[in-house]
Write a protein that binds this ligand. Structure first.
Ligand SMILES: O=C1O[C@H](COP(=O)(O)O)[C@@H](O)[C@H](O)[C@H]1O
Length: 225
């Protein structure tokens, strides 16, 4: 893992945007399409505000979430809603977004068409992850029912997840899909998450500290606030 510290988050958003756009552009010079997996939650909104205005051939970019809360898109907790409001606007409105929520039974996600669509995108061009202070990343939560499956080498691209203390069902990219990406980055804000990340590195066991499953080859971007 490589840790990049920024003096303030505004600089971090700009650098991350440059980095993501640069990797997508590079991929589009060599391939017909490129793919980008991004997190939901409270942290990444400002990146999406900047990234959405970047001039690149978005019509050749497939966008997916690292994970989704199994709620309809009109629910404020929907990660797809965040993307539609802040990333898939302006120039990035031309991107092809693949939402996960179907309204069906989340636990069947690995048998739904969308799991095949995500598998077909692998290896992903770029994965940007978020992390919670409880050391979860994507929806790989400590103590979650399907964590061992999502961490296994034979996991499907998308795995359903129920986690203690988390109200709604989740679906998440498997560790295999995340780790297979050509570029893998994580963005966190604040001292609490930095300490949690370093603790996860010390613990090393992804069943106790799930973010530990993706640290190999990961670049972490951190700003205090
Ligand atoms: O629930 C989630 O949490 C993580 C971290 O979110 P944040 O609000 O602490 O930034 C996020 O990366 C993930 O996509 C989301 O579903």
């Amino acid at each position: 893992m490589k840790l990049k510290e920024y003096t303030d988050s505004d600089i971090m958003w700009l650098r991350l945007t440059d980095l993501i756009a640069g990797e997508l552009n590079r991929a589009l010079m060599q391939h017909e399409r490129a793919s980008l997996a991004v997190p939901g939650g409270t942290t990444p909104g400002p990146i999406y505000d900047v990234l959405s205005a970047v001039d690149l051939d978005w019509s050749r970019v497939d966008v997916i979430l690292t994970d989704e809360r199994w709620v309809p898109e009109d629910d404020p907790r929907s990660n797809a809603r965040l993307l539609r409001e802040r990333l898939l606007v302006d120039k990035a409105a031309a991107a092809h977004f693949i939402p996960y929520y179907t309204g069906g039974d989340a636990s069947k996600i690995d048998m739904m068409d969308v799991a095949g669509e995500v598998q077909n995108l692998t290896p992903l061009t770029m994965v940007l992850l978020g992390m919670g202070a409880d050391m979860h990343t994507a929806s790989l939560f400590p103590g979650a029912d399907n964590l061992a499956r999502a961490l296994s080498d034979t996991a499907p691209a998308l795995v359903a997840m129920r986690a203690p203390g988390v109200d709604e069902p989740r679906v998440t990219l498997s560790a295999e899909v995340i780790n297979g990406a050509m570029n893998k980055h994580l963005v966190i804000l604040g001292d609490e998450k930095r300490a949690a990340l370093l603790e996860a590195e010390n613990i090393g066991d992804p069943m106790r500290a799930p973010v530990a499953a993706v640290l190999d080859g990961l670049t972490v971007h951190w700003a205090k606030d």
